[in-house]
Structures are given as structure tokens and as C-alpha cells.
Design a protein around this ligand. Structure first.
Ligand SMILES: [Zn+2]
Ligand SMILES: [Zn+2]
Length: 253
């Protein structure tokens, strides 16, 4: 690997990183938000103010360029980078904690059914799902998860040839989620022309926990750039739900 080096007046030849002008020139405790580097050099980093400013400046290419201009990124050597990091890093608290299932149940939108249409579900779909879905509306929990109510689930599944799996949710796009006869949850993710399937060893309650974490992630991503710290916090939430999710969703952001 051919690594580019720079000549720092204090530390001689070093790898380099890029930090916003505020971090380079002023103060301490400005916050330190780090993005993963593309190659072997140190990543880009910016201060709290630049981090907050992003949410008002990410709607167009022009705005994003203006954001970069205000950030006024500067190249620093790897040793200087670590020193700036140490002096400015503050604790990041991300709101992506895993909710207990009882709390999630309170947050789901409900609807009343006059008949027990869930009786038409196959006997092998999990009881937990049947019990919950019989009072729920169709609802988008996150970009990846739109839970189907009883009527929609029946409509989608009864028109399918494939009867050994039951679709219980879709995404806001073309992806979807099924139970197989062993009650595994399978995620069908549309990639190009085909669907890639991921068999998750999780139960329906864990699936709900996952979707509520993803919902919080959607909200964070509307406002902020993805940082290394956010990725770590997310992996931690996944592993609390079930360690298998860490691997399944390692590239989600
Ligand atoms: Zn800054
Ligand atoms: Zn240096």
C-alpha cells in the first residue's frame, strides 16, 4: 500500500488526517466527530458546530459544498490529529437504546377488528406475532420496516404461490420480511435485479426491537452525518438485541 505522507513542522514525515478549521486553530472541548477514512490515512473530523450545521445544509449539492467551505477543512499530520482529538473529544450520547418490548407495544398504532381475521393465518406463524398483529394497524416503523395489518398480510400472502413462508412486513421500498415454517425470520433485500435473503435467528419481539432502533437511526441520519462513534453505538444496540444482528447489519450505515 502506497501511503501518502506529509512533512509536519513538528513531527516530520507522517500520515495525515483532515480536520475542520475550528479544530485546527482554536480551543479545547469543541467536540470531535470522525468519519471513517477511505484509505489508510486518518479520517476526516469536525467540531460540534459543524456537526449541528449539517442538518440545515444537506439538502442540495450547493448546500453541501457551502457546508464544507464553512468547515474549512485543513490537513494535519497524524500525530497532530491525535492530539486535537484528545483535546476536543467529548462524550457522544446517541438516542438509539434498545426499548423493552412492553414499551414498544405501547407505541404501536392500534385498530379494532370486528372479526378475528388472524384465524386465517397458517398455524405455523409465531403465536406472539398473531397475538399482537390482531390489534395493530399497518404502520411504517422505519425505512426498512412496514408492518402489515391482518387484512394486508392476508391479501399479500393469499395471492402468492409460495406458501411455505409468510410475509409479515415490507420495507418502504421493495424489500420484505417473512416467517418460514420453523419460525425463522427471513429478510429479502432487493439488490439490483435480485433479492438477497438473510435468515435471522431472532424472534418477532426482537424484530420489533430492531425496527425501533432503526427508526431512531433514521431520525439521526436525517440530521447528522454518520460518524465512527454512531456506528459503534449502533453495533452495540444490535448486539444487545441479539449478537447475530451485528453481522447481518454491519454495512447498514
Ligand atoms: Zn468546525
Ligand atoms: Zn504534526
Amino acid at each position: 500500500m502506497n501511503m501518502k505522507l506529509i512533512d509536519c513542522c513538528n513531527h516530520n514525515l507522517q500520515t495525515f488526517g483532515v480536520v475542520c478549521g475550528h479544530l485546527k486553530t482554536s480551543g479545547k472541548n469543541l467536540g470531535f466527530h470522525e468519519e471513517e477514512a477511505e484509505d489508510q490515512r486518518k479520517p476526516d473530523a469536525w467540531c460540534n458546530d459543524c456537526h449541528e450545521r449539517w442538518q440545515f445544509m444537506n439538502q442540495s449539492e450547493i448546500e453541501r459544498e457551502q457546508w464544507e467551505e464553512i468547515c474549512d477543512f485543513k490537513v494535519v499530520c497524524g500525530v497532530c490529529y491525535e492530539k486535537i482529538k484528545e483535546e476536543n473529544q467529548t462524550v457522544n450520547n446517541f438516542d438509539i437504546e434498545v426499548l423493552p418490548v412492553e414499551k414498544i407495544e405501547n407505541q404501536l398504532s392500534r385498530q379494532e377488528y370486528s372479526t378475528m381475521a388472524a384465524e386465517y393465518f397458517p398455524i405455523w406463524v409465531p403465536d406472539l406475532y398473531v397475538g399482537m398483529i390482531s390489534t395493530l394497524e399497518t404502520q411504517i416503523i422505519s425505512i426498512e420496516s412496514k408492518l402489515l395489518n391482518v387484512e394486508e398480510a392476508l391479501k399479500v400472502n393469499l395471492s402468492r404461490d409460495k406458501t411455505e413462508e409468510w410475509i409479515f412486513a415490507t420495507s418502504t421500498g421493495e424489500d420484505y420480511w417473512t416467517f418460514d415454517r420453523e419460525q425463522n425470520i427471513i429478510y429479502y433485500e432487493r439488490l439490483g435485479d435480485e433479492f438477497v435473503t438473510k435468515k435471522m435467528n431472532i424472534h418477532f419481539d426482537q424484530w420489533l426491537q430492531l425496527c425501533f432502533v432503526l427508526q431512531k437511526l433514521d431520525r439521526i441520519q436525517e440530521k447528522y452525518l454518520v460518524t465512527i462513534a454512531l456506528k459503534k453505538a449502533l453495533q452495540q444496540s444490535f448486539s444487545i438485541i441479539n449478537p447475530v444482528l451485528v453481522d447481518h447489519f454491519k454495512n447498514i450505515i
